[in-house]
Design a protein around this ligand. Structure first.
Ligand SMILES: Cc1cc2nc3c(=O)[nH]c(=O)nc-3n(C[C@H](O)[C@H](O)[C@H](O)COP(=O)(O)O)c2cc1C
Length: 275
């Protein structure tokens, strides 16, 4: 089935889709737009730009398309920048579940992220029911790594091994969770397969999901330690239901913050070169 259908009765041949197609996949034939399926990467620019609504993508759900509305779709830039600056990693959470519709909005933010060549290979794993089991295995794995200097590069091991051993001891002796911070959910982003830019695609999605979560009153903390653990202990891959060819990209904990910040923080000055 063609990715892009052009209703020839509505198409006026204005050429806006031809000009905006990054793949050169649309041409004008007899004054009407015509798409080449082999070149198309389903980015949807033609559908978005057509002033007459003559483009459709039959492989996708037409009902999810939203018509442009300035009031609903524009953001005040200074407010956005302040919002970005005020964002913090959250490591203290309320004992409160996240509503399914709230989770869905966060997934939507990830789903609508740009991906290289529009390959859309990000997959989202929401860890809730199995969270305790996953935490148990991950913290024990980090403990094992703390005792295994060959598990990663020397510099990283020197930096983290004591923290990992202490994390395990505190968890066992005092029930303190320094991995997931007792958050009610963890979201892992995996790529459908190993591919160029898979990590960048996942990182972009995660960042947008974090901001959407923040806007919904939730807090997020990326957990790089979990990626270390899952790389070392393949059992964790199975535990979180990863498929054979999937590549783990990153994860974050998510929940309602039990902490309130009063101000933004400092950062090193930006190092910028104009050339
Ligand atoms: C890729 C990545 C991995 C991270 N891994 C962890 C982690 O394993 N545990 C943790 O407590 N924080 C982790 N963080 C959070 C950073 O420590 C935090 O972003 C940084 O200290 C700056 O604080 P802020 O996010 O509040 O601005 C991670 C952040 C990123 C971007």
């Amino acid at each position: 089935m063609a990715q892009v259908m052009i209703n020839k009765e509505i198409c006026t041949g204005c050429g806006l889709c031809v000009k905006d197609c990054s793949r050169n996949a649309i041409v004008l034939l007899n004054g009407k737009a015509e798409a080449d399926s082999e070149l198309c990467n389903e980015c949807g620019h033609c559908l978005a730009i057509c002033p007459f609504g003559s483009v459709s993508m039959p492989l996708y759900d037409a009902d999810e398309i939203i018509k442009f509305d300035e009031e609903k779709m524009s953001i005040e830039p200074d407010k956005l920048l302040n919002f970005l600056k005020f964002r913090r990693s959250i490591r203290q959470f309320k004992d409160k579940d996240i509503e399914p519709e709230t989770l869905n909005k966060i997934i939507e933010a990830g789903r609508y992220s740009p991906t290289a060549s529009n390959r859309q290979m990000n997959r989202f794993i929401i860890i809730r029911g199995k969270l305790n089991e996953v935490r148990d295995v991950a913290i024990k794995t980090l403990y094992d790594m703390g005792n295994d200097p060959s598990c990663i590069d020397k510099a990283s091991w020197s930096l983290y091994h004591k923290a990992w051993i202490k994390m395990y001891e505190d968890y066992k002796e005092k029930n303190v969770d320094r991995l997931f911070f007792n958050a009610p959910a963890v979201i892992a982003i995996v790529s459908e397969e190993k591919a160029g830019f898979a990590d960048v695609n996942g990182g972009i999605a995660a960042s947008r999901m974090e901001l959407e979560a923040n806007s919904l009153g939730l807090g997020v903390c990326y957990i790089g330690f979990f990626k270390r653990a899952i790389t070392y202990n393949k059992k964790l891959r199975e535990l979180i239901g990863m498929k054979e060819n999937e590549e783990f990209i990153l994860c974050f904990v998510l929940g309602y913050p039990n902490v309130k910040y009063q101000r933004t923080v400092n950062r090193k000055p930006a190092v910028v070169r104009y050339i």
